[in-house]
Design a protein around this ligand. Structure first.
Ligand code: HEM
Ligand code: HEM
Length: 422
């Protein structure tokens, strides 16, 4: 019999060590994982390599940071390409990590022995956001300076300890040289270490669970990892590297003029992945926007895998035949409700001008206006479609994601001067 194995090299041996010898045939279907876990892994490797190279020319001080980026772009061979690769891989990783989160959730792959990986995954997602946020400041241009100022100001609204936390992160009362050094150290030392610790735990748990989840796993054939899986991984990996290179050749990472703490651009916006939070703060009382909603969401995401589902449902995309319909309705409902609420708060209610306790007028009333229709919608799903507990969880999770995405889109594209709707 011909041996079709991909030839052993240092690279393939490395890949083989990450896998068991054989995997379930169904695990090879592209629509099982969309290769997203592997794509995130490769993106981190690309970011670590390009990041280490950027360190050779980057100087983490307010006086020199911006000029060191200019020097990198104009004086070194492939400097622009290097910075573009780092920038676009970082942006892509926010998206692919989020898509991977959606994939494991909607393919009900977070139960039993995979429960812990949901939590490790959430930590990894936070680390990816922290990487992006700390990296954002490093070019020290107007965009990065004011985006970080906005975000650390938002933190100050967190009750009791908000101001202290913001001051610790900034190393003072405003974004300055301490902030830049803090962010640089976090970005290039602490976060890479944390990421590696959690990714090792993540991989180890996947191995312990005998690979990724497949529905009705006992009914499937086992196939050799080499060449069946390895060849696909190499193909996706090469396609990703080629696309990133091509994209980075044609699209430059943004760089405005050097940061000027005296002139704030109008509008001043948070980085796009945090725009949903800024949008919440524009519409709601700070205690609700920075404390009550994030805390409730945190508890909700913690609780998701706590209640197990039946073994036969594990690994089934969208959980049940009704699942897809429930998700579609939840998407439509939350798009409409979120847009209506934002328009109502901007032009209709003008709650902050009412002569009432601010917390009630800009906090509780809008929250109730959102929660009551949502509760009626969930009740209707339960009554008319006989949705069970997981289907209800799926509906609520979908509404959370969709609302956040709608708020981000409105914040990024539909807010102009003074952060007014345009
Ligand atoms: C951002 C860095 C991450 C990396 C590098 C990573 C890597 C991987 C890889 C390679 C796999 C196996 C293949 C696949 O499912 O595509 C996997 C599976 C898994 N990941 Fe992640 N992951 C990351 C983030 C996350 C996040 C944000 C979550 C969810 C909160 C998560 C939860 C899971 C779960 C539950 C599995 C098991 C899926 C199954 O059994 O089918 N991971 N991850
Ligand atoms: C693991 C090792 C890493 C190192 C040593 C590193 C190093 C650096 C350095 C020196 C810069 C400043 C140069 C510049 O702004 O162009 C930078 C910028 C940046 N980094 Fe990293 N980085 C690493 C990983 C990551 C990861 C994993 C992410 C995101 C997931 C990330 C996101 C960013 C972003 C968004 C910027 C700003 C890019 C720009 O617009 O110029 N970095 N990084």
């Amino acid at each position: 019999m011909a041996n079709n194995n991909i030839k052993n090299s240092v690279f393939t041996s490395f890949l083989l060590h990450l896998h068991p010898k054989k995997v379930n045939e169904q695990a090879l279907n592209y629509t099982r994982t969309f290769g997203l876990g592997g794509i995130n892994t490769l993106l981190f490797i690309i970011l670590a390599i390009t990041g280490l190279l950027l360190r050779f020319s980057y100087v983490p001080t307010p006086v020199d940071a911006y000029d060191s980026i200019l020097a990198l772009q104009y004086n070194s061979l492939f400097g622009v390409l290097l910075r573009n690769m780092h920038h676009w891989s970082a942006m892509l990783m926010v998206i692919t990590a989020f898509l991977h989160l959606l994939r494991v959730f909607y393919s009900t792959s977070i139960y039993y022995e995979r429960k812990k990986n949901w939590y490790y995954g959430l930590v990894l997602f936070m680390i990816v956001l922290a990487f992006n946020f700390t990296g954002y400041l490093l070019p020290w241009d107007q965009l990065s300076y004011w985006a970080v100022t906005i975000m650390t100001n938002i933190l100050e609204y967190f009750p009791f300890i908000g101001e202290d936390i913001a001051n610790i992160i900034r190393g003072g009362e405003m974004v300055n040289s301490n902030t830049l050094l803090n962010f640089y150290n976090f970005h290039t030392a602490f976060l890479p270490l944390m990421f590696m610790v959690f990714v090792v735990l993540h991989f180890w748990l996947i191995r312990k669970a005998k690979g990724i989840t497949v529905a009705n796993s006992d009914k499937q054939n086992m196939v050799n990892v080499n060449p069946e899986l390895i060849s696909k991984e190499i193909f996706v990996g090469l396609a990703l590297i080629a696309s990133l290179l091509l994209f980075s050749m044609f699209f430059d990472a943004p760089l405005l003029e050097k940061a000027n703490p005296m002139i704030s651009p109008n509008p001043s916006k948070a980085p796009w992945y945090f725009m949903g939070i800024q949008e919440l703060l524009i519409n709601l009382h700070p205690i609700i926007a920075t404390f009550i909603i994030p805390l409730s969401l945190g508890l909700f995401f913690y609780a998701i895998p706590k209640r197990s589902i039946e073994k036969e449902k594990v690994g089934v995309w969208f959980y049940s035949p009704k699942g897809k319909r429930i998700i579609l309705w939840s998407i439509v409902f939350s798009v409409v409700l979120t847009i209506l609420m934002i328009i109502l708060l901007e032009y209709g209610l003008q709650l902050n001008e009412l002569d009432m306790l601010l917390f009630i007028s800009t906090g509780l009333i809008p929250l109730l206006l959102y929660m009551i229709p949502t509760a009626i919608f969930v009740f209707t799903l339960w009554k008319t479609m006989s949705a069970d507990k997981f289907e209800i969880i799926m509906a609520i999770t979908t509404m959370i994601f969709v609302s956040y995405m709608v708020m981000s889109i409105i914040g990024v594209w539909f807010r102009g001067e003074g952060m007014l709707l345009i």
